[in-house]
Design a protein around this ligand. Sequence first.
Ligand code: M6R
Length: 609
Amino acid sequence: MCGIVGYLGSKKTLQVLLDGLRRLEYRGYDSAGISIGARGKEIKNIKSVGKIAALAQAIGNQEIDGDFGIAHTRWATHGGVTEKNAHPHHDCKKNIFLAHNGIIENYRELRAKLLEEGHKFYSETDTEVLAHLIEKFFSGNLENAVISALKLVKGSYGLAVIAKDDPEKIVVAKNSSPILIGMGNDEYLVASDASAILDHTKEVVYLNDGEIAVITLQGVEFTNLANQKLDKKKEVLEWNISEAQKGGYPHFMIKEIFEQADSIKNSLAGRLMVKEGNAKLGGIENIAEKLRDIDRLIITGCGTAYLAGLVGEFMLEEYAGIPVEVEMASELRYRKPVLDKNTALLCISQSGETIDTLVALREAKMKGLPTMGVVNVVGSTIARETEAGIYNHIGPEVSVASTKAFTSQLTILSLLTLFLGRQRQMSLVTGQRIAKELNALPKLIQKVLEQEPEIKKLAKKYYKSNNFLFIGRKYNYPVALEGALKLKEISYMNAQGCAAGETKHGPIAMIDKDFPTFAIAPKDSVYEKMISNIEEIKARGGSILAIATQGDKEIAKITKDVIYIPKTLEMLTPILSVIPLQIFAYHCAALRGYDVDKPRNLAKSVTVE
Ligand code: M6R
């Protein structure tokens, strides 16, 4: 995701900032920028699309060194990948410059008001409103203006701000997006991620939500939004650079698994309308009227994205009443499906570059279908070529095994179900119930993640198995397929996913004491049926690992290995039930000694046929 670096001290500011940005490259980004100031001088602001090398080239031999500065790597969320949209952003007078990570949810309202007040905007970003808002309150003291502005802001931010007219100062603020201050010898650094500053200091202070740091050459003062002084303690980091890039985790996959409470928050941010029982999906507003008239939806994608589509089918049919077909893009592109103008196509792709999905999209466009995307990478080919779309907003997914993209895709599909359902027969009460449950998801995800030690124990017990069966029904049938896909792609164990009701039509023949089964059996409308399927496998000597709903005592009587997930709406259970399977696959692969993030024979994005 985006990265921030800031520096105030006697070293060469430009060099410290560029080195810091390079340390953040692993996070993925599409553009970068730097703002450097010196007392009595204009702030120099240079930005460029592409790699840090391109930024360094744009800077060239220009004399831009100064005493204080901020820098940023951007991963586009609002607005395309352009130099104008890159950070740092500035106000009308080019006094205030800021670098921001996160999403300003109420930026549309703020922007409209600021436009009315005469502010001139130059970018399509949500971030630019912050610069103008701070400008509005600025009268010589930067921290006071930042505090006044942030009181009006809804959303997440890790923020570093400088001002020409209040020089040699960096004001830093946090809400739901990490940021820390590095405390060096007579120098101070700011970073969204410790890896950017480890070359200079290991002593850091992490800001909590609602806290502000005011950095000057005299030291750092910590306050909150109510302007109360805070006494914050330094921590000493014991990480090396490579550990820091993975946030202290040994692999990106487990880091990304643990990001899911936050990534789902980001996918929902500014979109969920709990009171109205609806979703605000700005990216598909342009085809909202066409969508009202469709009588069929085809969802396509590959691998994990395709499996997310299967869950989407069940949600959309049950709650929005739209007939849905889900088809692997690699099959859809070679068939001659009946595509008429009352059918819409939805492409799901994390990378937005998967060739099979792209070709299926082009085929549908040629036939005149309305097309939409659920894509993570802003500005990717599928994002550009679909008529409308919803971004995941979860930051880059580095590990080849898709984890946080899957749960985000399910979250977006739930939002789409709300939107299309409310266009049709879904009642306000049902809409409100779904919206309320969606809102609660990040906390529930956190509870599932807390069980990682127990799941690791299970992995230790089973990682030497050569075979694994995964079973589930209804909403959790695609989760069984995803659990098997995850396990096979990184641990190379033979894993098969199967609809639980199908086991006795064939797969149960494989079961013996050395062929364990993962059964996804939350307390839902098919629970009793799942219990029968579990009993059938047990009766053939197979051992069972179960995923069950918190408080389910019955299941513990038939299997000792149970992972509990909190209760939620049936259609949302896959977002919780898949997480133990991701953790299990991760630990099995790590215990088997494989390169978890880069499994053999696979690529993160399959762009060739
Ligand atoms: O970038 P996409 O979402 O289009 O990628 C689709 C699949 O290649 C991808 O989900 C793949 O199956 C993952 N490696 C699964 O973990």
